[in-house]
Ligand binder design. Structure first.
Ligand code: MG
Length: 204
């Protein structure tokens, strides 16, 4: 795991170390099968989940269109000019992800899907044992991603939502709204909270 932690630490992204540890613990406790990460960016959390998937005998699918969210675009707070493809002028995090997975030795564990979540939702039918929602944080997309993929969670499957901030002063509210929706709908038991990472388990 040491090498994976070093690779993850070297990877651009927005996941504090304590939340990364909590994510690994969550994956250690999830049923094996197919795990789905929504929102890959450059693969920081993908390394944490992928390493655990390899150890556990699970498989990880990571889904992203790789053109970045609103806050990653030029002129926004979280823009990284080094991620712009000079040929297109667009943000493109896919090359960074490929470097990350190669460095981590996880290319045979992680299936990379390059698509919008709406595209993938149109054909996705696989039961999911762990669903990590960490994609676009607009209300419409965050709600879409939950509604499209949470129904595929198996009994005992784990739902993890990142960037959950109950206080608007701390961050956008869409993931918080998704989290509240999941609990209000029933069928989930709360498992843990670590920083902005919330974890629940499908009861049936
Ligand atoms: Mg996040």
């Amino acid at each position: 795991m040491t090498n994976l932690l070093a690779v993850a630490a070297d990877t651009r992204g927005f996941l504090p170390d304590d939340e990364a540890a909590a994510l690994r613990a969550t994956a250690a406790d999830a049923p094996v099968g197919t795990w789905l990460e929504i929102g890959t960016y450059c693969g920081k959390s993908t390394v944490h989940l992928g390493g655990m998937a390899r150890d556990r005998g699970a498989r990880l699918v990571t889904l992203d269109h790789h053109h970045g969210s609103e806050e990653n675009q030029p002129g926004w707070e979280w823009h990284d000019p080094s991620l712009v493809d000079p040929a297109t002028g667009r943000l493109d995090t896919l090359p960074s992800l490929r470097h990350t997975l190669a460095a981590a030795g996880l290319e045979e564990v992680v299936s990379v899907v390059v698509a919008t979540t709406a595209q993938a939702a149109a054909w996705w039918t696989t039961p999911i044992s762990l669903l990590f929602l960490d994609g676009n944080h607009t209300e419409a997309t965050a709600q879409h991603d939950y509604a499209a993929f949470a129904p595929h969670l198996v009994a005992g499957g784990v739902l993890a939502v990142h960037d959950v901030f109950p206080d608007p002063a701390d961050g956008g509210q869409a993931p918080w709204h998704v989290w509240q929706r999941a609990l209000a709908q029933g069928g989930f038991d709360e498992v843990s909270t670590h920083g902005s990472l919330r974890v629940a388990r499908r009861t049936g």
